[in-house]
Design a protein around this ligand. Structure first.
Ligand SMILES: Cc1ncc(COP(=O)(O)O)c(C=O)c1O
Length: 423
């Protein structure tokens, strides 16, 4: 697992890799979508200009396109530490991939089988499983401990039975920002004879993914929040992908992994952008002093990313903790780097929408609402006053940007800028 690096991130290099940052905006809505890497765009262009044909043809350009797709799966394999490129399934979005996964499980789920989802997940990893109730599958909800705001195995245990087939859980809540102990959960789930499906959308931009170390069965995240374009990928253990129902034409048999799970084929150029993401992480790893394998460089990169993110998290949490009118949603301390810089909060009696829109004027891009973790917002009673404000940062954000935000917020809250206090 990546540990925070002591070598400071070269922010000038980092920011130069994201052309979208070269504007006057402060982007604090990265959990909504990050800026894209120049290298990812270049890969997309290269594919479109040089290899833009259908794969599967006998001619050389078609073979080059197929090789590019394989290179993309190989890059994704390194990114998540899968054991082979065929364990990577590309898709339009995390939502679409999870819906597809649920559909591809139809023949292995019988009426009376059970699936557990958590109340703290984004709706993407609840809705597709919820819909299986139409087929007689029973859905159980793993609650969050309201005191500690953690998912406790003690609350999962009574939900498990010999009919439990799958536990669906987020690696990191996009609202609470805290990382769940996925390996521990996976071990527990496996010991009960079930499988685990993890939503890693709010995790993958911040920490090294290692599906083998996590021992997860299905693991999904979105590239557009991990420095790439609007696209997503799912890892699945090879043997489990073999068991899934084909979603493509009838002549795509069960053994056609992963093609049978990519109806209409993946988007080649967007898949190919994954190579640009991995190139960048490798470059970051080298700058952090790592000279070993691609995987070691990726882990070193995330070590440096974590160190920068910890500094940003601390700066913002320190400010929010200092205000007696602010409620931080989630842990107010970042113990052992277990909190990513996705930080939701509320101000007493203030409308989240008003504060957020006042930030638009400051050219600080952030978001308010429930961030599609609606069940969690309702469970925690955080839906009034427009929900929560959320600042979601990544490693390319700076301490200066945090200070710009807090200075603007002080002015807005004092009524010197933006809108006045709601009645
Ligand atoms: C934690 C989490 N899961 C899932 C999703 C859905 O991802 P996608 O837009 O790729 O379907 C999001 C998007 O905001 C998210 O934050």
């Amino acid at each position: 697992m990546a540990t925070p690096s002591t070598k400071a991130l070269d922010l000038e290099f980092v920011r130069s890799q994201f052309p979208g940052l070269d504007r006057s905006w402060t982007f604090f809505d990265n959990a909504g979508g990050s800026q894209i890497l120049k290298g990812a765009v270049e890969r997309i262009n290269t594919f479109l200009y040089e290899k833009n044909v259908q794969i599967g043809g006998s001619y050389t350009v078609s073979q080059a396109a197929a090789e590019a797709l394989y290179e993309a799966r190989t890059a994704a394999m390194h990114l998540v530490n899968a054991s082979r490129p065929e364990e990577i399934v590309f898709g339009n979005s995390t939502t679409a991939l999870l819906q597809n996964l649920a559909r591809a499980m139809h023949s292995q789920l019988l009426p009376g089988d059970e699936i557990v989802v958590t109340v703290s997940d984004h709706e993407s990893n609840i809705g597709p499983w919820d819909r299986l109730q139409e087929r007689g599958v029973i859905l159980k909800i793993w609650p969050l401990n309201k005191q500690t705001l953690t998912l406790d195995l003690a609350d999962l245990a009574p939900l498990m039975s010999e009919r439990t087939k799958l536990v669906c859980v987020t690696h990191c809540s996009n609202l609470l920002g805290s990382i769940n102990p996925i390996r521990e959960i996976a071990d527990f789930v496996h010991a009960q004879g079930a499988r685990i499906c993890v939503d890693a959308v709010a995790y993958a931009p911040h920490r090294a993914v290692d599906v083998q170390a996590f021992d997860v069965d299905y693991y999904v995240f979105s590239l557009y929040k991990t420095y790439g374009p609007h696209y997503a990928l799912m890892y699945g253990k090879y043997d489990l992908l073999l068991e899934l129902d084909p979603l493509y034409h009838y002549f795509y048999g069960r053994d056609k992994v992963p093609g049978k799970l990519e109806p209409g084929n993946p988007n080649y150029e967007l898949a190919y952008s994954t190579c640009g993401i991995v190139d960048y992480l490798v470059a970051l790893g080298e700058r952090a002093g790592e000279t070993g394998s691609i995987r070691q460089k990726i882990e070193a990169a995330y070590g440096a990313i974590t160190a920068q993110e910890d500094a940003l998290t601390e700066r913002l949490l320190t400010y929010l903790r200092s205000r007696n009118d602010c409620m931080i949603v989630g842990q107010s301390l970042n113990r052992d780097s277990q909190r990513v810089p996705t930080i939701a909060f509320r101000f007493d009696g203030r409308e989240a929408a008003d504060l957020c829109k006042a930030m638009d004027v400051e050219k600080i891009a952030m978001r308010f609402g429930d961030f599609h973790s609606r069940r969690l917002a309702e469970y925690l009673g955080l839906t009034d006053h427009g929900g929560m404000l959320r600042v979601s940062m990544v490693h390319y954000n700076t301490i200066e940007e945090v200070d710009r935000f807090t200075t603007a917020l002080d002015r807005i809250l004092a009524g010197e800028a933006g809108l006045a206090k709601a009645s």
